[in-house]
Each structure stands twice: as structure tokens, then as C-alpha cells.
Design a protein around this ligand. Structure first.
Ligand SMILES: C[S@@+](CC[C@H](N)C(=O)[O-])C[C@H]1O[C@@H](n2cnc3c(N)ncnc32)[C@H](O)[C@@H]1O
Length: 271
């Protein structure tokens, strides 16, 4: 696979990484043998994993079109993953040109590839930072270069929170991010679940990976939207979120997704 030079020595190829496993499941080429083996073990344990990640990615497309179509043109995409065409700024541009996107991930390989492919156009920035330290993201000069926190922001946490353990206090992380966003901002969130099938074997594939998989129930995932108001149809299996065209078979899709908006402070004239 291409290394794109300078930061390649930071890349750990001794164990699978979530970004590269996901890339393999989506049919990408930016992954190593350890990631392919982990991906194959996942498929063996949960054959619907490939349609599930595809459905998650399709949800991301629809949700980005929705938030940009609602007039929000700044996107903070945390846990962005390896570049996958179309990337978030390209999806946003399909609706309205001129959106700005801060791509954030804690995996150096994502930054290497995203720097090489997405560049720094003034419209996009790629930042290496960790969701477990939200302040380091909110204060990062790269994020601040493209995101004005005085204006509504679409915060994307798509298929990333399940890499945060309960001990790492995901609700506290969400609260800190919520407080940094002005009224009118959106939260786009998806999360893996074992509500529809027992998934301990699939979950175990991540025990040897660089981050563990923390499957959660719908009610636990809904708590992450505290302080936001879910837009219709609420938190649902990802193919059911504002589907376009033929409705998908959903019974085995193990991702919930939802989009929510931060309401204005009572009495303010925001949006
Ligand atoms: C499954 S991919 C999702 C990619 C994309 N958001 C999507 O849904 O198509 C999860 C990404 O989250 C990143 N990630 C995992 N833990 C993270 C953390 N603590 N901080 C930032 N990124 C993280 C991984 O490196 C990976 O690129």
C-alpha cells in the first residue's frame, strides 16, 4: 500500500486498526494483512458486517446532505477514517459549494493519507487528535482555521463512539463538545449495537486491535444526544434514516444513526 512518505514510521502494522479494518470492509486498498485478517474474522462472525458498514456510510452521505441543505456549512468530522470517495467535503459540495471541513482522527495513517489526498485548500484541514480529549480538538489551530465556533457547526461522530469505553466517559466527552457549539448546530451520530444479534465473537476481533469495540443498546446511544433535539425520524437503524429510493432490508444492520440539533437558549434570537 502507498506510504506517502514522511510519517510512515508512525504507522503500526503489527495489529489491526479500526480505520484500516473499516477501509477493508468498504472495499478500499489502504489496509494491511493484519487488517484484512481481522476483517475476514469479522465477516465470519457476523456476515452482515459489510452491508452494515456500507449502510453506515450511506447514512453519512444522507446526513451530510441534510445538514448542509439546512444551511450549516462548517463540518467537524471526528473519527473521519481513511479517505473514501466521496469524502465529506465532496458530499457537502454536491449540495452547496463553499463548505469547510475539519477532518479529525487519532490514527496517524489517516492523517498521512488524508493530507496526501485532501490537502489544505483553505476549505479543509486534517488534524491528528483524540476524541477522548475534546478540548485538544476544539482548541486545535487546524480546526480553528476552518471552523468558526460563533457560527453553527455540524459535528460528525459517525461510527467512532463505539471505540470509546464507558470508563473513558463518552457522555462527558459529548457534553464538552455540546457546550462548545452554538445554537443551531447539528450532531450527526452513528454507533454499532448488538440489539439485533449477539455479537461477542465479532466484538472479540477488536480485542487485539488498537481500539476495542464497545457495542451499546439504543437507549444508551440515545443518551449521547443529551442537550440536542433529534430530528425526524429520531434514532433508528441507519437504513431507516430518511431513506432515498428503495427501502433497505434492515433486520441485521447493526448500526443506529440519528441527527439532532442544538436548540437556541430560551429567549435568544438565534436561528
Ligand atoms: C469505523 S471508522 C469511521 C469512519 C467514518 N466516520 C465513517 O463512518 O465512514 C472509525 C474511525 O474513528 C477513528 N477513531 C477511533 N478512536 C478514535 C479517537 N479516540 N479519536 C479520534 N478518532 C478515533 C479510527 O481511527 C477510524 O478512522
Amino acid at each position: 500500500m502507498p506510504q506517502h512518505g514522511t510519517q510512515a514510521n508512525e504507522i503500526d502494522t503489527s495489529r489491526p486498526h479500526p480505520a484500516r479494518i473499516y477501509d477493508y470492509l468498504l472495499g478500499g486498498k489502504d489496509n494491511y494483512l493484519v487488517d484484512q485478517e481481522a476483517g475476514d474474522a469479522l465477516i465470519a462472525a457476523a456476515p452482515e458486517v459489510r452491508p452494515s458498514v456500507r449502510a453506515n456510510r450511506d447514512f453519512l452521505h444522507r446526513a451530510v446532505r441534510y445538514v448542509v441543505g439546512s444551511g450549516v456549512h462548517q463540518i467537524l468530522d471526528i473519527g473521519t477514517g481513511l479517505p473514501t470517495s466521496p469524502n465529506v467535503h465532496e458530499i457537502a459540495d454536491q449540495v452547496s459549494s463553499g463548505s469547510r471541513v475539519a477532518y479529525v482522527d487519532n490514527d496517524p495513517i489517516v492523517k498521512v493519507h488524508a493530507d496526501a489526498l485532501l490537502g489544505h485548500s483553505g476549505q479543509t484541514e486534517v488534524v491528528l487528535a483524540d476524541l477522548r480529549k475534546p478540548r485538544s480538538i476544539l482548541d486545535h489551530p487546524g480546526v480553528r482555521a476552518v471552523i468558526d465556533f460563533e457560527q453553527p457547526v455540524a459535528l460528525l461522530l459517525v461510527a467512532v463512539l463505539h471505540f470509546i469505553t464507558d470508563e473513558e466517559e463518552p457522555r462527558g466527552i459529548l457534553a464538552e463538545l455540546h457546550d462548545a457549539l452554538p445554537a443551531g448546530s447539528f450532531l450527526v451520530l452513528s454507533h454499532a449495537t448488538d440489539d439485533f444479534a449477539e455479537r461477542s465473537e465479532a466484538q472479540a476481533v477488536y480485542n487485539n486491535a488498537s481500539a476495542t469495540m464497545n457495542l451499546r443498546s439504543r437507549s444508551n446511544i440515545e443518551e449521547f444526544f443529551a442537550g440536542f433535539e433529534l430530528v425526524e425520524p429520531g434514532l433508528v437503524q441507519v437504513p431507516l434514516w430518511r431513506p432515498e429510493g428503495q427501502p433497505h432490508q434492515t433486520s441485521d444492520i447493526g448500526f443506529y444513526g440519528g441527527v439532532a440539533r442544538k436548540a437556541p437558549v430560551p429567549g435568544s434570537s438565534d436561528w
